[in-house]
Design a binder for this molecule. Structure first.
Ligand code: ADP
Ligand code: TRP
Length: 331
């Protein structure tokens, strides 16, 4: 049987290069040789976004982004999490196997608590149960489809481990492998894609290069990537440079070596490295940008694709729920 790959992206903001390199590009490469299940994690987004129009717009934009980057809806099941109610039935079942102590240790929850304490607030200030139980819903997303591989950025490592822990607790209770243990798939050579300021590229840090920036915006942003203050005459270390680190994700082996060589010789200024990065980036992103504009102009086509994807994944999800209900005695 072909292995299954599954991943989700939350519609919480503008898509950026971190999402593209960490999740979308590797996921689309995996879809060539796996049965692929890719979805919009809209219930996960609801934890933070309470503006209906914003949520709708972000979801539309995530759908268009996947399609623009090349998702083929005939061989990939592409859907919205909220159109698959079986995910929520499974979430409720998994709650009974999710230790509270496990969820206490989840990074996102823990850092929200720590931030509240630092700000002299009640530790639970602004923390909803959706955030607290986030890893259980994510486990259900994955386990409903018996996924083997989950392409994500490194920041999601703990969530996949938790999905495995919860699945193991479930399997252990019934003495059989009812739920398949998923493995993460990290594509990035460096663990995270770095943003303009050298920290992890993230919407929450405001340091992103948006996937759909125009060429002039892209050029401006590339020029803003932080570098050190070495002069043009000094030799430079490519492995300590944010510009080079992004370049590696867009160029081929020969080009990478050629630019590394320029770094190691005197006479290369940051402007030259940034221009090389801009050209590579723009070459890969221009067709994607055009496709994105196309899909955004045809929301009804996207809707059709998503509804078709939901009905396909639901067929499989219903079988899974039935099996689990029998195994647990719910039926
Ligand atoms: P953000 O941190 O901007 O809120 P999300 O949490 O919505 O991004 O991430 C969606 C997907 O993109 C996840 O698989 C995540 O691991 C991946 N991702 C996000 N930022 C990066 C990054 N800087 N490097 C690698 N992968 C990333
Ligand atoms: N938690 C992921 C993120 O923040 C999104 C997500 C939700 C997901 N469900 C998933 C990723 C299932 C992979 C598999 O980016």
């Amino acid at each position: 049987m072909r292995k299954r790959t599954l991943t989700g992206i939350k519609p919480t903001g503008e898509m950026h290069l971190g999402n593209y390199l960490g999740a979308i590009r590797p996921a689309l490469a995996l879809a060539e040789e796996h049965d692929a299940y890719y979805f919009i994690a809209d219930y996960h987004a609801l934890n933070g976004i309470k503006d209906a129009n914003a949520l709708r717009d972000y979801a539309k934009s995530v759908a268009a982004a996947w399609l623009a980057c090349g998702l083929n809806p005939t061989n990939t099941c592409f859907y919205r999490q909220s159109d698959v109610p079986e995910v929520h039935e499974l979430t409720t079942m998994l709650m009974a196997f999710s230790a509270k102590g496990l969820l206490n240790r989840a990074h996102a929850y823990k850092s929200a608590v720590e931030q509240n304490i630092m700000d002299n607030r009640d530790p639970d200030y602004h923390i909803n149960m959706g955030l607290y139980t986030y890893p259980v819903l994510m486990a259900a997303d994955i386990l409903i489809a018996q996924a083997d591989l989950v392409p994500v950025g490194y920041d999601q490592k703990q969530h996949i481990e938790m999905a495995r822990d919860i699945a193991e607790a479930f399997n252990h209770a019934y003495g059989e492998e009812l739920l398949k243990l998923p493995s993460p798939y990290f594509a990035q050579q460096s663990q995270v894609v770095v943003g303009l300021d050298g920290r992890k590229m993230s919407k929450s840090y405001g340091n992103v290069i948006p996937l759909f920036a125009s060429d002039s915006q892209l050029k401006k942003l590339v020029n803003r990537i932080q570098t050190n203050s070495q002069s043009i005459d000094e030799v430079k270390d490519p492995d300590q440079c944010n510009v080079f680190s992004l370049y590696k994700s867009f160029a081929n082996a020969q080009e990478i070596e050629a630019l590394a060589e320029r770094y190691r010789q005197p006479g290369m200024g940051w402007g030259e490295a940034k221009q090389a990065l801009f050209l590579r980036l723009n070459e890969e992103l221009t067709p994607i940008r055009e496709q994105y504009a196309y899909w955004m102009a045809y929301p009804e086509k996207m809707e059709e694709i998503l509804m078709d994807g939901a009905s396909r994944v639901r067929a499989l999800a219903q079988e899974q729920i039935l099996r689990l209900k029998e195994a647990t005695g719910l039926r």
